[in-house]
Design a protein around this ligand. Structure first.
Ligand code: B4P
Length: 191
């Protein structure tokens, strides 16, 4: 199986690029942000819980997120692989993912980390706010919070995969097509 962690700060292009990767490699796309947003829309118990954290730019608690991710993975019968988009976001999530995948006789193949500087992230998110309807994109203070949470809690996850020699940094500045080509070549050379 080809299991990719697509990593990066908020607004780095994870969701955008995931669509290109699933098409080329026939992978299942699992975005924890998308699953939370679908639950918020359907007003489920999980959605109501997640909303308070997401609207404030904070992470949803690990236990809730890990359980949700596991239940999403097992919905798929004999997949070619997964793109984990927005997961793991903490070392505890990364550890739990490794253990869970080991139980399924598979593992993470590669972490691809999109690198984009802070001002560009803010510009992209505020632009997306014009049409996304996402409360977490519309407020500059929430965007600041999301970036701070990324720097403090999520960026350390890179070291987790570096230690396993699975980490590849990708320049996330440029056109969407250029970045897609960088991701394709990283996958094709490292897999
Ligand atoms: P996510 O849904 O993962 O949202 P995100 O970080 O903003 O990334 P997204 O994939 O949507 O944006 P993209 O970079 O593609 O998370 C939202 C919230 O959910 C989190 O804050 C947290 O509360 C919660 N959550 C999710 N996962 C969690 C977890 N594992 N643990 C705990 N909590 C969790 O795109 C951004 C914009 O940039 C788009 O408008 C796009 O068009 C544009 N763009 C993309 N590429 C571009 C390029 N090359 N040039 C110019 N613009 C570009």
């Amino acid at each position: 199986m080809l299991n990719i962690v697509l990593f990066g700060p908020p607004g780095a292009g994870k969701g955008t690029q995931s669509e290109r990767l699933i098409e080329k490699y026939g992978l299942v796309h699992l975005s924890t942000g998308d699953v939370f947003r679908a639950n918020i829309k359907d007003e489920t118990e999980l959605g109501n819980l997640a909303k308070s954290y997401m609207d404030a730019g904070q992470l949803v608690p690990d236990e809730v997120t890990i359980n949700m991710l596991r239940s999403e993975v097992v919905k798929h019968d004999a997949p070619k692989g997964f793109i984990f988009d927005g997961f793991p976001r903490t070392n505890a999530q990364a550890q739990a993912l490794d253990e869970f995948l080991a139980g399924l006789q598979t593992e993470i193949s590669l972490m691809l980390a999109l690198e984009v500087e802070e001002n560009e992230l803010k510009t992209r998110l505020l632009k997306r706010a014009e049409f996304s309807g996402r409360p977490d994109d519309a407020d500059p203070a929430v965007i600041e919070k999301r970036i701070a949470v990324y720097n403090n809690e999520t960026a350390p996850v890179k070291a987790f995969y570096q230690a396993q020699h699975k980490f590849v940094a990708i320049d996330g500045i440029g056109s969407i097509d250029e970045i897609t080509q960088r991701l394709f070549s990283a996958i094709d050379t490292n897999n």
